[in-house]
Design a protein around this ligand. Structure first.
Ligand code: FAD
Length: 364
């Protein structure tokens, strides 16, 4: 008999939810993580009493009442509503594109006027068969929205000109003809009161966790301790990169503590001009309606991913998708290893999706 039923590699949301469910069923779990904290990318660091989202701003949102209740059993969520603003040439615009934005762009006040304006610009462009992202965007929303709010931001994010990006990246550009700045359409959204670490702590309560431990440094030893491995690290690393490395897009964060109470009045401000090197400034206290004397802001820069860097977004192009398929074939044949989470499945998952996936994997 092995010491543990499950060895869980990775204390992120996937690993933590899986460990919680397994423990509830009387299974013995050991969770390890190579970082010196649990939580994976939702981990926050407390600076000046403010929960700083160290790996990027995280806003929980879902339409699924079951998932909302699931997370709220560990920590109560507040009523934070994501309503980012965008700055372009010193002018401010509400996001997502809605009647406030259209008023700011054109002075139009009624939905019909806004629809007419967009239609007029779409027609004027004459684009019927978009060949790249730029043409695609203009054919959907016209030139003003595109040049002021989409072009620069997108080019910074991808590190390429919009005319060199494929049209399929943008399938739809949601526009809303109501005065509604709520970024998400989901029924439920919020931030854990007291920060995301509370969620992680709740999930991992009573479970053995070892931090600062890389699975690959003592793989055989760990495998010998358990019946089943739940692996939430990188699938290509698990197989020694034998089909080549899966590529990612990365980000670079610069955190700053300022001796003022309120820097930008909003948690998220996007900078949509190409010549401004960062894409967003996050002011963390506003996620929790903080009243601290100081504030912490983060400049978010897109970064070209290189091996060894933090992997944020999978690149789901043809080459990488094919590589992943090869790895996944091997993974499917493993009898005692479960692969789950954003790195093992090489998939962009929102938090609610990764929780749903972990619950489903455990049931199976
Ligand atoms: P991770 O959190 O990455 O956890 C994997 C863990 O495994 C890590 O802690 C890692 O250290 C560990 N690990 C890896 N390899 C090893 C190894 N060899 N040995 C030991 N440990 C290992 N979702 C939302 O719903 N709303 C948002 O607003 C949102 N914003 C986001 C912003 C950014 C910039 C990014 C990148 C993601 C965002 N997400 C958001 C998605 C969210 O971060 C993920 O859904 C979630 O964190 C994924 O959890 P995970 O457990 O799959 O992966």
């Amino acid at each position: 008999n092995k010491k543990y039923d499950y060895l869980i590699v990775g204390a992120g949301l996937f690993g933590s939810v899986f460990a919680h469910e397994a423990t509830k069923q009387g299974k013995k779990c050991l969770v390890i993580d190579k970082r010196n904290h649990a939580g994976g990318n939702i981990h926050c660091e407390n600076i000046e009493g403010i929960n700083v989202h160290k790996y990027g701003a995280h806003i929980f949102h879902t339409n699924d009442k079951g998932l909302w209740d699931y997370v709220n059993q560990f920590v109560e969520f507040n009523r934070y509503t994501n309503s980012p603003v965008a700055i372009h040439e010193d002018k401010l615009y509400n996001l997502p594109f809605n009647m406030n934005t259209f008023y700011q762009l054109w002075g139009v006040k009624t939905p019909q006027e806004a629809m007419d304006k967009i239609e007029e610009q779409v027609k004027e462009s004459g684009i019927t068969d978009p060949q790249n992202l730029e043409e695609q965007a203009i054919s959907l929303v016209g030139k003003d929205i595109y040049y002021k709010l989409i072009k620069g931001y997108t080019e910074k994010q991808w590190g390429r000109k919009a005319t060199e990006l494929p049209a399929f990246i943008i399938k739809r550009l949601p526009v809303r003809f109501t005065y509604d700045n709520n970024y998400f359409n989901d029924k439920y959204q919020g931030i854990p009161i007291g920060g995301y670490n509370k969620l992680t702590e709740g999930l991992l309560e009573g479970i053995e966790v070892k931090l600062g431990v890389d699975f690959f440094a003592s793989k055989q030893e760990y495998e010998s301790l358990c019946d089943t491995v739940v692996f939430t690290g990188k699938i290509d690393e698990y197989y020694d990169f034998r089909f080549g490395e899966l590529e990612y897009r990365s980000l670079h964060f610069e955190h700053q503590t300022l001796d003022i109470e309120n820097y930008q009045g909003n948690a998220v401000v996007n900078y949509t001009e190409a010549h401004i090197p960062y894409t967003r400034i996050i002011e963390h206290k506003h996620f929790e309606f903080g009243k601290q004397d100081k504030t912490v802001i983060t400049h978010e820069y897109p970064a070209e991913w290189k091996s060894g860097m933090e992997s944020y977004y999978p690149v789901n192009d043809e080459i990488n998708s094919l590589k992943f398929k090869q790895y996944n074939k091997l993974a499917e044949k493993e009898a005692n290893v479960i692969f789950g989470g954003r790195l093992a499945e090489y998939k962009y998952y929102d938090m609610h999706q990764v929780i749903a996936s972990a619950l489903k994997h455990f049931k199976n």
